[in-house]
Design a protein around this ligand. Structure first.
Ligand SMILES: [Zn+2]
Length: 709
């Protein structure tokens, strides 16, 4: 027997063999059984979903000599004649190729003649293609149909069918087949046909079928003929991988592979577009993806890697290529150019390309941040436990507790503080215990910090305090320590972490702290209550969200951390904070506490001196100084709150301040703050009374105004 395409060999011959259209065939079968068949049907739906096959089965059923509940027997003479295409009871007209009125007239004439069987079925395929005249001729017949005739009008586009025709028919909508149904169908066919087909080949055919049983079977035929799973599939996958990896060579290699295996660039482009579309769907509406599971996951993974913006852009580019291909002198080049554009957005200045690059950057940034956090967190966690024992001694240098401690400091009993009188020396006092420190590190929760603090401060041992003192001092931001002439050697490094700092700084801090704590742990194994541990753990956990840049409620400068508490302890009206403390707290602790307008103004300034107990803040120019003067009370209020004592502020002008890029530049770690632009911070430029002419003449020395403007 000559080769017969699978889709023809496995064309459904009975109602029950029609896949995925149960709603249609059940109605038709019942109509046949009950002898209630309408005189005209309209079958609409995508191609390859069984419209024509169903019409033929209907013809069989209407002529079968051995009907079973509306189902044709398939063995009687009329049934076999219909199946063989020799039955006079079935007349087909393809309106796509015979759309003229003549063809329809001819059809109608025959319809009015006698009948060979019981009922004649006229099938008009692609009925929406009929010309107007033909449609009207058909309409006339539909209005007064001969009794022995049934019209089946099939169309892929029911909206283009004359409404008057539609309204005279019973309309059935055929649907695309789901991937699982199609897979099952292909497996059955393959098994029945004795084909050895790999699961991947079935998947590939299902994908190409895209919901159409006929297309899927054709694809299966093709795959079987080419001896295995579609190479085109593999090459399309390769192209998409290339897009994901932004690997131009790989994408083009995929195209070359496909073309080498004989694929037409057009079909490759269409396949790429279909693949990308599935990817987009898997991101936006996963339920709509009709793919076998394995392929579905693959596509979804690729889509995630590409990201929506890149996906849309790729889809557009390939879609454009598909449109341009029919007229392209060399279709392959057109496709390749499209792929290069997609893989090299830097070579494309279209907004979409730029958007995609942005998205790509964002994703990379996210990944890096996540990676960084993950890299540091284990360290943090481990040390935290180790630190537990270290409790009291703990003052790990690294810790830049100020943040956390600060919260606790106010509550610390004076007694505990060693030398309240001496703020600078004070550093040690409160800061002490390991636990507090650990709590402090996270910078978050003041509560946990407090608990730990008490025990140590309570009395533990002078030694502990002392130790703490040394440790804390350094950490208190190298600055304070140094200024106070503290030895505090170790601290240096850890303190490095600027109080503020962005995530990076935060991470550094954590690392430093962790390291410090570990050291301590080794040094002093002792007591360590659980509470601190919990606190530290909790704190550690809390840290990430706590986002270092803006210290919690009441940020406190590293240096200040200690002193303030000391002050609280007893020293009323203590000496003003020194310049180092002021500078240390300025950008990270004080500025953020100001209202946005004030912050904008003051951020241009910098503390340059402490004179007679007043902090001298230099501003780049007189205008800014005047503006800041208005807000001076607010600044003093914040400073007083922060340092725990009144801090008078004097404003001066120092142009070099501006040149340095604003007062916030006290520490390099504060770069983030400088980038930050708050619209509220913007102030109007001074008014300019000059006219445009004035300014023009000024700008062009020697220019003269010749006439009235
Ligand atoms: Zn029959």
């Amino acid at each position: 027997m000559a080769f017969q395409a699978l889709y023809r060999r496995y064309r459904p011959q009975r109602f029950r063999e029609v896949k995925g259209q149960e709603h249609v065939v059940a109605a038709l079968r019942n109509a046949v059984r009950d002898d209630a068949v309408a005189h005209a049907y309209l079958f609409s739906g995508p191609r390859g979903t069984g419209k024509t096959s169903t019409a033929r089965i209907l013809a069989k059923a209407l002529n079968c000599e051995d009907l079973d509940e509306g189902e044709p027997c398939g063995v009687c003479e009329p049934c076999r004649a219909v199946e063989a295409g020799t039955s006079l009871a079935v007349t087909e007209l393809d309106a796509a190729s015979n759309n003229g009125v003549e063809a329809v007239r001819d059809l109608i004439q025959r319809a009015s003649l006698g009948t060979a069987g019981r009922t004649k079925v006229y099938i008009v395929d692609e009925v929406h293609m009929l010309s107007n005249a033909a449609s009207n001729a058909l309409l006339k017949t539909l209005e007064e149909p001969p009794g022995h005739v049934v019209f089946v009008l099939a169309t892929t586009d029911p909206h283009k069918v004359l409404p008057t025709i539609r309204s005279r028919t019973q309309h059935f909508d055929f649907r695309l087949l789901g991937a699982s149904l199609l897979t099952e169908h292909l497996r059955e066919v393959a098994a029945d046909a004795g084909l050895e087909v790999a699961a991947a080949a079935i998947d590939s055919a299902v994908r190409k079928g895209d919901g159409s049983a006929r297309d899927a079977l054709s694809a299966l035929d093709q795959i079987v003929a080419s001896g295995g799973a579609g190479e085109e599939d593999a090459s399309v996958d390769e192209v998409v991988e290339g897009l994901c990896e932004r690997d131009t060579a790989r994408a083009l290699g995929g195209v070359a592979l496909a073309c080498a295996s004989g694929a037409d660039p057009r079909s490759v482009a269409a396949a790429i577009a279909a693949h990308l579309r599935d990817g987009l769907l898997s991101l936006m509406a996963p339920d709509l993806v009709s793919l076998p599971d394995v392929a579905r996951e693959r596509v979804a993974d690729q889509a995630r890697r590409l990201g929506p913006a890149a996906l849309v852009r790729a889809l557009e580019a390939v879609g454009d290529a598909v449109l341009a291909l029919p007229n392209a002198p060399d279709p392959r080049v057109t496709l390749e150019v499209a792929l290069v554009k997609v893989t090299r957005p830097d070579a494309d200045t279209a907004p979409a390309a730029i958007l995609e690059r942005l998205e790509h950057l964002e994703r990379r940034a996210r990944e890096m941040t996540t990676a960084a956090v993950e890299a540091t967190s284990p360290l943090v966690a481990a040390p935290a436990e180790g630190a537990q024992p270290a409790g009291p001694p703990a003052p790990a240098p690294g810790l830049r507790p100020p943040v956390g401690v600060e919260g606790a400091s106010p509550t610390i009993e004076p007694g505990s503080v060693p030398a309240p009188g001496d703020p600078s020396a004070g550093g040690p006092g409160p800061v002490p215990s390991g636990p507090s420190r650990s709590a402090g590190v996270p910078g978050g929760p003041a509560e946990p910090a407090q608990q730990p603090v008490r025990p140590p401060s309570g009395a533990p041992d002078a030694g502990g305090l002392d130790q703490a003192g040394t440790a804390s001092a350094p950490r208190s931001g190298g600055a304070a320590g140094a200024s106070q002439g503290r030895p505090s050697a170790p601290a240096g490094a850890p303190a490095g972490g600027a109080p503020t700092g962005g995530k990076a700084a935060g991470a550094r801090e954590v690392l430093g702290a962790a390291r410090g704590r570990r050291d301590e742990a080794v040094a002093t194994p002792p007591p360590a209550p659980q509470k601190p541990a919990l606190g530290s753990l909790g704190a550690t956990r809390g840290r990430r969200p706590a986002s270092p840049p803006t210290p919690p409620s009441r940020p406190e400068p590293a240096p200040a951390g200690a002193p303030p508490s000391a002050v609280d302890g007893g020293e009323a009206g203590a000496a003003a904070p020194d310049l180092v403390q002021l500078s240390g707290a300025w950008a990270s602790e004080v500025l953020p506490q100001l209202s946005s307008v004030s912050r904008g103004r003051f951020s241009t300034g910098r503390f340059v001196d402490v004179v007679e107990g007043s902090a001298v803040l230099a501003l780049p120019n007189a205008i800014m100084r005047d503006k800041c003067e208005e807000k001076r009370p607010e600044l003093e209020r914040v400073l007083a709150l922060h340092f725990g004592r009144p801090v008078p502020v004097r404003l001066t002008v120092d142009p070099s301040v501006g040149a340095e890029g604003g007062g916030a530049a006290t520490r390099p770690g504060d770069a983030e703050h400088e980038d930050h632009i708050d619209l509220d911070d913007l102030v109007d430029a001074p008014g300019d009374a000059r006219t445009g002419i004035d300014r023009l003449t000024e700008a062009f020395p020697g220019a003269e105004v010749l006439g009235d403007a």
